[in-house]
Design a binder for this molecule. Structure first.
Ligand code: DXP
Ligand SMILES: NCC(=O)COP(=O)(O)O
Length: 258
């Protein structure tokens, strides 16, 4: 089954509106875990507009009581202070995302031809810390194929490595009634990744409507979902929202995309 990692950025965004710790990010993490979520994702940005450094430490502390729950920290390792935080917390998964500091949200994956050699020592350091590394990538088989030349990703890596497919273009295509053509690109990208020994995650703008079709791509290991799930939680409550996403993942259709 594809795992669900709940991104708590938008819970923190609401909390930051007043100095009251409401809603509590750690309390919401606990509710998500009790509802069955497999992991908790945060994407601390340099301006701390939502998740703050202190939230990452508090979540890491909370998750020491939940050994089976994956802590996934996303961000740009080339921008301070992300690596400092990750060095201290040593999350189960570190997802590297090429965002500029002030960017409103993530909008593209890595260019491995341009950044691969800069990323290599960072990936190796994260692996030495025990973190599974995942790289945020566009659904571009040519870019993904380059990862095998780094030596530290895919079949030649010292430990499991993954990519996270950037799914906003799929979500847009879905809204426009063009999901099938978009899914073909994503399926080809996933197949390329899997053929060189990479696991495949997905995320960005996934929601209850577009998730079932995305999950027709074989062997998606994890989806990280925050924005839409938090919006759903305003209507359903957080536990019911998490369960609704888990129900989709439980019943994922196994036929190949058409
Ligand atoms: C990598 C990715 O797609 C998510 O982390 C997304 O960027 C969430 O970040 P925001 O909540 O700041 O938009
Ligand atoms: N990696 C994607 C993520 O964590 C959440 O993205 P979104 O659901 O908030 O768009």
């Amino acid at each position: 089954m594809t795992h669900l990692s709940v991104n708590l950025n938008k819970v923190a965004l609401l909390r930051n509106a007043r100095p009251l710790d409401i809603p509590s990010v750690t309390r919401m993490a606990q509710v998500c875990i009790e509802a069955g979520a497999h992991g908790i994702t945060v994407h601390p940005r340099p301006d701390e507009r939502h998740i703050r450094r202190a939230d990452v430490y508090a979540l890491a502390e909370l998750l020491t009581d939940f050994h089976a729950i994956e802590f996934n920290i996303e961000g740009n390792p080339l921008e301070s202070p992300w690596m400092d935080i990750v060095r201290q917390v040593k999350p189960a998964q570190a997802t590297l995302v090429p965002d500029a500091p002030g960017q409103s949200t993530s909008d593209h994956g890595w260019n491995i031809r341009q950044d691969g050699e800069r990323l290599k020592p960072i990936i190796q350091e994260l692996q030495a810390l025990g973190c599974r590394v995942s790289l945020f990538m566009d659904p571009d088989p040519a870019q993904i194929a380059r990862l095998k030349d780094l030596g530290c990703m895919g079949a030649t890596a010292p430990m499991e490595t993954r990519i996270e497919l950037y799914t906003e273009p799929y979500a847009t295509a879905y809204r426009q009634g063009k999901a099938a053509a978009s899914l073909e690109r994503y399926a080809a990208a996933a197949k390329m990744a899997q053929s060189i020994g990479l696991g495949v995650n997905g995320g960005h703008d996934l929601n209850l409507e577009n998730l079932p079709q995305f999950c027709t791509i074989p062997h998606i290991l994890e989806v990280s979902i925050g924005h839409a799930l938090t919006a759903d939680a305003l209507e359903m409550g957080m536990a019911k929202a998490v369960q609704a996403y888990l129900a989709v993942l439980h019943t994922q259709i196994t036929q190949s995309p058409s």
